[in-house]
Design a protein around this ligand. Sequence first.
Ligand code: MF3
Ligand code: CO
Ligand code: CO
Length: 263
Amino acid sequence: MSKKLIIKTAEQIEGIKASSILAAQTLKNVEPFVKVGVSTKYLNDICNQFMRDNQAIPATLGYRGYPAETCISVNDVVCHGIPGAYTLREGDILNIDVTTILNGYYGDTSKMYRVGQISEYAQKLIDVTKQSLAVGISQCKAGNRIGFIGNAIDKYIKNYGYSIVYEFCGHGVGLKFHEEPEVGHNRTEDLGHEMVPGMTFTIEPMINAGKARVKIDKKDKWTARTIDGKLSAQYEHTICITNSEPYILTDLDNEFPVPKSVF
Ligand code: MF3
Ligand code: CO
Ligand code: CO
């Protein structure tokens, strides 16, 4: 049974945009609190408070039993790190991923943070991962296929000797947390759905310094770590396909041009 791909109306896109901006503001708001000695639980609570203060509900809490309001993934944690007692150390890198529900609409974004001075090796991984998201976004035009995204990211990452996680994907988002289509980040011959104006989905490449494989924590059943203990990085935006360039709904810093219209 194939699930239906949802094309959003202009009104729905406005709602998803508002939620997406709030998610991005949540990430910006927590930035000054990321310091040596603070726990990931503390950072989660700062994000939770910000979302609640702005009339939003964190989508992750209770999602398939997930126990927190954010995902915070430190160093070799690829994704779905559960905030807890771990206190940040000089040189750590971490991803904070927030998904807001605002007036029933979902916005999903994540970015990397640095704790104090980090190694050049870690900084390079962060920079390349951020750029891989931009490379994926560059494929987002009506008439292109979803598979172009992974093909472009794969071609870009090949230059660096890193690997792309294949066990987690981007996804349609907006009216629900995870909708059609699935958005892979790896090379594929199955090009999938054609992009059409009004589609909203995430691109969220996870790039590993070493091997691509991940292992899920046996105790908490969520935390995904690299199989070899090497670093992993991730960036995520929520994107809307338009009749011209893509509209990056979580782009609080105006790193991407804003198109004139969607339809
Ligand atoms: N926000 C994540 C994503 O980008 C999903 C987290 S699901 C959770 O799709 F259950 F782990 F919270
Ligand atoms: Co997502
Ligand atoms: Co996310």
